[in-house]
Design a protein around this ligand. Structure first.
Ligand SMILES: [Zn+2]
Length: 59
């Protein structure tokens, strides 16, 4: 995996999503050690889920 910005090598990192931790779920992303760019498509998925939850919570 190479950084889309600087083409440097990216390292795989494990991320914890506070919303999902209680369910035992965590996700992996890529972190550029050179420019700090983070590639984590799972975060965008979680955002979509959170927006769905907010709709469900509101009555
Ligand atoms: Zn980079």
């Amino acid at each position: 995996m190479k950084c889309p910005k600087c083409q440097a090598s990216m390292v795989r990192e494990r991320y914890h999503n506070h919303e999902e931790d209680s369910l035992g779920l965590s996700c992996y992303g890529w972190h550029c050690i050179f420019c700090g760019c983070i590639m984590d498509p799972v975060i965008m998925i979680n955002r979509a889920r959170m927006s769905e939850k907010q709709v469900l919570v509101k009555k």
